[in-house]
Design a binder for this molecule. Structure first.
Ligand code: BDP
Length: 734
């Protein structure tokens, strides 16, 4: 009898275990874990060495952040070493991993690391080996608990990338003070320029469901890179974010992020007093308006005591701003800064400004902000996109870098692939970010790179920052395309250390995300090395800009816009006519090059000294202009489009070599995505070439295939051939 009654229970238990395993397996390689996979190290010898070195974890204190560091190490090490690592309150025999601050750990205090710790600053960390009670121990030490957490993630990274830690002696400190991710999430959970599902923030369930495990994993992902701030809502802000119901929800998220060292920021609408409280003006110099903001800010801090501050898009693309009330950007930003100052809050004030009635869009940010240099409060940071237009696959650097010498600045990058084929195309943007950081502005002579400026080594800034628009969503893999994760990773690593190389970062990411095996690393390295350039080549070679279809920014529309919209069409950017192509920004054109320091202004003044990959940004040239290759400009353009397609094919064949070397799930998904990418690359090339040859009347170079369709076909397809961005409804009739 007993046996009989027990049997069903046993069967039920077995079934539930099987089910759990099955579920675990279905999710095994869906990309959810990003680079924090912690699968067992396959090199047995190395694994054994690590096991000897890291036998137990010693943590004294139990602050929330230290507990997180402890949990992450326990989880990571037990996965990587396939062995449970016990925790001890004090060193115990050989193989101790001791983590903490001099205040939290007696063992660390005794090591007298004070000078070294002072040098790494408040968020930095030290990972070293030291003799503790007669045994070699591994130490993660920092000045505060967040530094310890960063060190814990870094130690795990060393193991994940199979680095020998026997003689590790690493002192690491962030280059940039504020390392912030930006979400363009609307309050209805639609993400502007987001290609990975709905917003992560389940507003309808907050604050009740603040323990959503996804929020914790989000915080882990960011903390693993040292990201210390998040702006959770769209720059095209909804004023309601400052109402109590939303502040309560935001406060719940802030509570989850806090122990990971991540501060919460909000994007705000400049005319909020008018929208929320019926004011008839939002004039920043009006004492009533100032009082409104002071009171609202006070309320925000009641909900979120360590609130980071505001991000503001003002007088740009129809957003309200101080200019609506006859005031300038500094007056607008300072009013908010004054309200935030008592709480040490910051204002990130964006320099992405343009209005259709102005002349050369390239010039606008500089023309509006340069005269205001030195007029912003100390707690304002002007946030500048890397290029003067808008996150194009390649842009020259924004001349505001180096020009704002008395105003704190932040660099804004975009991880979300608005102009890189959404989550369909593979485009590792590490090289783009590196190119931006390594660019020398010559502001204080040679060596004034943007990276050094952001690291505070060129001007005496009070604050600096790096921000990236990441736009992840509810897709299991967070970013839609697995390789978009690599750009998120690269952003975080570069914000921590502006001097890292994008190639080294790509390898690190590959080892953590896929495998340490050469057979995997080598093809992925090749793919990542060419992917950005491929995207440039098949979309906008030689410095062409913004030939995207209006609105969605996915496919090409290089022709004149026929819808009669007043803003720019592709023609505005490429200026192609029967004689030539390109935007003249020299003295004979808009003179925008005068915004650069003489080193660049001189180089950009002449085609002979302008880098060819930026040529059409600065010059209007005849189609027959000879290029470095000896080809005419027209033939070179076609050659670049063809090269872009060849590069996608190359990525495909490299990817194919990974079959059976990586998990089948990601292999299959990326194989399909690369097919889409090839389809689109051909489409881009054919649409652009058809259009330009209809303008210049010139034949294609020998050997270059004719476009598959007549120009009319591409024009007709423009409004339908894209992955709809929910922000832009599909035009009626389609
Ligand atoms: C453009 C995007 C638009 C953003 C804007 C911005 O197309 O959706 O609102 O940038 O950065 O790239 O404010």
């Amino acid at each position: 009898m007993r046996q009989l009654t027990r049997a069903p229970k046993y069967v039920a238990l077995l079934a539930s275990v099987m089910l759990t395993l099955l579920c675990f397996n279905t999710h095994a390689e869906d990309g959810y874990r990003m680079w924090l996979r912690y699968d067992a190290i396959s090199n047995d010898q190395l694994k054994q060495q690590y096991r000897n070195q890291l036998q137990q974890l010693v943590v004294n204190d139990q602050s929330p952040t230290l507990s997180i560091a402890q949990a992450e190490l326990t989880r990571g090490l037990s996965g990587l070493l396939s062995k449970q690592i016990p925790n001890h309150p004090s060193p115990n025999g050989a193989g101790n991993l001791i983590i903490g601050t001099p205040a939290s750990s007696a063992a660390i205090a005794q090591l007298k690391l004070n000078d070294a710790l002072t040098a790494v600053g408040p968020e930095g960390f030290i990972i070293t080996r030291a003799n503790v009670a007669g045994h070699q121990a591994t130490i993660i030490a920092a000045n505060n608990d967040t530094g310890v957490l960063y060190g814990a993630f870094h130690l795990l990274r060393l193991l994940q990338t199979n680095t020998d830690i026997s003689n590790v002696a690493l002192h690491s400190a962030p280059s940039v003070e504020h390392r912030v991710v930006n979400h363009w999430d609307n309050l209805n959970r639609i993400v502007e320029r987001g290609y990975a599902g709905l917003s992560l923030w389940e507003w309808g369930n907050l604050p009740e469901y603040k323990n959503n495990p996804r929020y914790v994993d989000y915080a882990r992902i960011n903390a693993s890179l040292g990201i210390n701030g998040t702006v959770i809502n769209n720059v095209n802000a909804d004023a309601r974010i400052l109402t109590e119901p939303f502040l309560e929800k935001a406060a719940a998220l802030a509570e989850v992020f806090r122990p990971y060292g991540i501060k919460l920021y909000l994007s705000v609408k400049f005319n909020s007093p008018m929208l929320l409280d019926d004011f008839d003006s939002a004039d920043p110099l009006d004492p009533k308006v100032q009082k409104w903001w002071r009171e609202r800010v006070k309320k925000v801090y009641q909900y979120i005591p360590d609130f980071g501050g505001f991000l503001v898009k003002a007088n740009s693309e129809g957003q309200p701003g101080p200019q609506d009330f006859g005031r300038n950007h500094a007056e607008g930003a300072n009013m908010l800064a004054d309200a935030l100052a008592p709480y040490n809050g910051l204002v990130f004030w964006r320099a992405f400004v343009y209005a259709p009635e102005q002349g050369d869009r390239f010039r606008e940010a500089y023309d509006e902000f340069k005269p205001l240099d030195g007029k912003f409060r100390d707690n304002v940071i002007v946030q500048i996109k890397n290029g003067p237009i808008d996150f194009q696959p390649r842009e020259p650097f924004s001349p505001l870098f180096g020009a704002l010498q008395k105003t704190n600045i932040a660099l804004e990058l975009q991880v979300s692939q608005e102009y890189f084929g959404f989550s369909n195309h593979l485009a590792y943007q590490g090289p783009l970010f590196e190119e931006a950081l390594d660019t020398d502005t010559y502001a204080q002579g040679a060596g004034s790179t943007i990276g050094k400026i952001l690291a505070g080594k060129v001007f005496d800034y009070k604050h600096t920052g790096m921000a990236a628009v990441i736009n992840p969503g509810t897709d299991r893999n967070w970013t839609g395309h697995t390789f978009v994760q690599s750009s998120w990773y690269a952003f975080g690593r570069l914000a921590w250390d502006v001097e890292l190389s994008s190639v080294a970062i790509a390898d690190e990411w590959t080892r953590m995300t896929f495998s340490n095996a050469d057979s995997v690393r080598s093809p992925i390295a090749d793919i990542m090395a060419i992917s950005r350039e491929a995207g440039v080549n098949y979309r906008m070679p030689l410095g062409l800009t913004h030939l995207y279809a209006q609105g969605h920014h996915y496919g090409p529309a290089p022709w004149h816009d026929t819808s009669g919209r007043p803003d720019w069409t592709a023609y505005y950017y490429h200026q192609a006519d029967k004689d030539g192509i390109g935007y003249d920004r020299t003295a004979s054109g808009s003179s925008a090059i005068e915004q650069y320091y003489p080193h660049w202004a001189k180089q950009f003044a002449k085609p002979e000294t302008t880098p060819e990959n930026l040529m059409l940004w600065f010059h209007h040239l005849p189609w027959s202009q000879p290029m470095n290759s000896g080809r005419s400009l027209w033939h070179e353009l076609v050659h670049k489009y063809d090269t872009g397609i060849a590069q996608v094919r190359q990525m495909q064949s490299q990817w194919q070599s990974l079959e059976n070397h990586i998990d089948p799930e990601r292999f299959a998904q990326i194989t399909a995505q690369l097919q889409v990418q090839l389809r689109d690359a051909i489409y881009w090339r054919d649409a652009c070439i058809s259009y330009f040859s209809s303008i210049n009347g010139l034949a294609l170079p020998k050997g270059s295939p004719a476009p598959a369709h007549p120009l009319q076909y591409y024009k007709a397809q423009e409004s339908v051939r894209y992955v709809p961005d929910p922000w832009y409804p599909i035009p009626s009739g389609h």
